[in-house]
Design a binder for this molecule. Structure first.
Ligand code: SAH
Ligand code: SF4
Ligand code: F3S
Length: 450
């Protein structure tokens, strides 16, 4: 039934990727069929507006869908996620194919809305209201899970960092009930998951809102860590100001909690951090890193950094470079500051010139490349364990052997040759790291797979 063919294009963060997976599962459970874009009658764009570039990409994608389908009015386009929340019904203007806009909390009702729109060709719908509590979603109906699974523990953010649009697009923080989180984790583990990443825009503030049920972030971490069958536990994204002693302690007391933490620093200069509204200074951050490393000596840290925040001087930027060196991040996502409508920083007068931002970004990225290469090189010779995710797209010469890829506890991608004739997906493979590439590792099997 071609009318039921759908395709989803996803932009943005892990939460959006996760929302898209749920949407695909929920549509499949209702009899829809996921296809390549060319064969789709329903196209869903799940969007991000965190910076100008992702937002531009959404507009380009909308244009591409229109030209690929010749503007066919029978093709139904749904725009969901953060751009939909931000632009709302404006997205209907000048594009007859767009018949559904759904913001962050509206996504839950997208499958039902699509069914309704198919029956009423003249209708357009918008689902833009925020809910006051975390709303549970209908089950997506997967029978087997990927070995690496993601579970939402909250929605939204209350921090209002001066540059950030997320509190406006994802709404206020709403914690999910601990029982629902644990039920979903148990179900995923029952379906073959071995690693779980807990997701939220500010995970370690979990429970501190009116949706909370008295369970703290450290509590939910410990409860998930205790579930039978769980090999690895991760979470993203924590805020440095909300890392409580119990959250730090968890790195030594919870065996499945991986020695890897994505901890966004954003900038190294106190003046910039204060104007960003981050509520910590550079010393607070360094102290936090020191205690984390004391608690978990092999902890690998990664981060997010914004360069060229309004008013950032050359000295301020040098402080960021210094911070990056001192912390020795294994990787970093770095971005040029971009004005987001409605945020405080968009009104700051002292904007940094685009060429200067770009030049600083390149310098920062060159430094980080060096640190990342050093981190990978230092791994050579170490014994570790990979959780195999998939066959490697790289080809291999040897007969009876296949190249597989997985991640180590630090989240680094590694390739390993394993015996052919078996599906190694989801297996734990003890290895020795033999070589460091530019962005990944090579490893040799050493021991028994389980
Ligand atoms: N909740 C997470 C992620 C927020 S969005 C956190 O607090 O870290 C992901 C990253 O995008 C941010 O960490 C920040 O580095 C970057 N970002 C957000 N708004 C931005 C803006 N206006 N310009 C440039 N980068 C931005
Ligand atoms: Fe945005 Fe700050 Fe919230 Fe992160 S903590 S989502 S940067 S407002
Ligand atoms: Fe982007 Fe929204 Fe995530 S703005 S980063 S998709 S929360």
């Amino acid at each position: 039934m071609p009318d039921k063919n759908f395709h989803i294009i996803t932009f943005g963060c892990q939460m959006n990727v996760h929302d898209s997976r749920w949407l695909a599962g929920a549509l499949a459970a209702r009899g829809f069929v996921q296809t390549p874009l060319e064969q789709a009658r329903i196209v869903i764009l799940n969007t991000c507006s965190v910076r100008e570039k992702p937002e531009q990409k959404v507009k380009t994608a909308l244009g591409r869908v229109q030209s690929l389908t010749g503007g066919d009015p029978d093709v139904l386009v749904a725009v969901t996620g953060c751009v939909a929340q931000q632009l709302g019904q404006k997205l209907f203007e000048g594009n007859g194919q767009v018949r559904l806009v759904a913001g962050s909390d509206g996504i839950n009702d997208v499958p039902g809305a699509i069914e309704r729109l198919l029956g009423e060709p003249r209708l357009r719908l918008s689902l833009l209201d925020f809910t006051s509590r975390y709303v549970e979603r209908e089950p997506a109906g997967h029978s087997r899970s990927h070995p690496v699974a993601y579970v939402n523990i909250m929605q939204g953010c209350d921090n209002f960092c001066a540059y950030c649009i997320v509190p406006y697009t994802r709404g206020r923080q709403k914690s999910r009930a601990a029982t629902a989180i644990l039920d979903e984790c148990r179900a995923l583990l029952g379906q073959g998951a071995r690693e779980i990443t807990l997701l939220g825009q500010n995970v370690n503030a979990y429970g501190r809102d009116k949706s909370g049920d008295g369970t703290s972030f450290a509590d939910i971490l410990a409860q998930v860590a205790a579930l039978p069958g769980l090999e690895r536990l991760r979470y993203v994204t924590p805020h440095p100001k909300d890392m409580k002693p119990a959250d730090i302690e968890a790195f030594s007391s919870l065996a499945p909690l991986c020695p890897r933490l994505h901890l966004p620093v954003q900038a190294g200069a106190d003046r910039v951090l204060a104007r960003m509204g981050r509520k910590y200074d550079s010393q607070d951050f360094l102290d936090l890193v020191a205690i984390l490393r004391k608690t978990c000596p092999d902890l690998a840290l990664s981060t997010d950094i914004i360069v060229g925040f309004p008013g950032e001087s050359e000295e301020d930027f040098d402080d960021t470079l210094e911070m990056v060196k001192t912390c020795g991040f294994m990787s970093a996502f770095s971005f040029c500051y971009s004005d987001r409508p409605g945020t405080r920083a968009a009104l700051f007068p002292d904007k940094v010139a685009p060429e200067r931002k770009q030049e600083r970004l390149l310098r920062l990225q060159a430094l980080q490349e060096e640190l990342s290469a050093r981190w990978l090189n230092d791994r050579v010779g170490q014994k570790t364990c990979l959780l195999i995710e998939t066959r490697s797209p790289r080809q291999l010469g040897g007969e009876g052997e296949t190249l597989w890829q997985g991640r180590d506890p630090y989240g680094a991608l590694a390739h390993v040759v394993l015996p052919s004739g078996a599906d190694h997906t989801g297996r734990m493979v003890p290895v020795v790291i033999t070589r460091a590439g530019k962005h990944s590792l090579s490893a040799r099997l050493e021991g028994d797979i389980w």
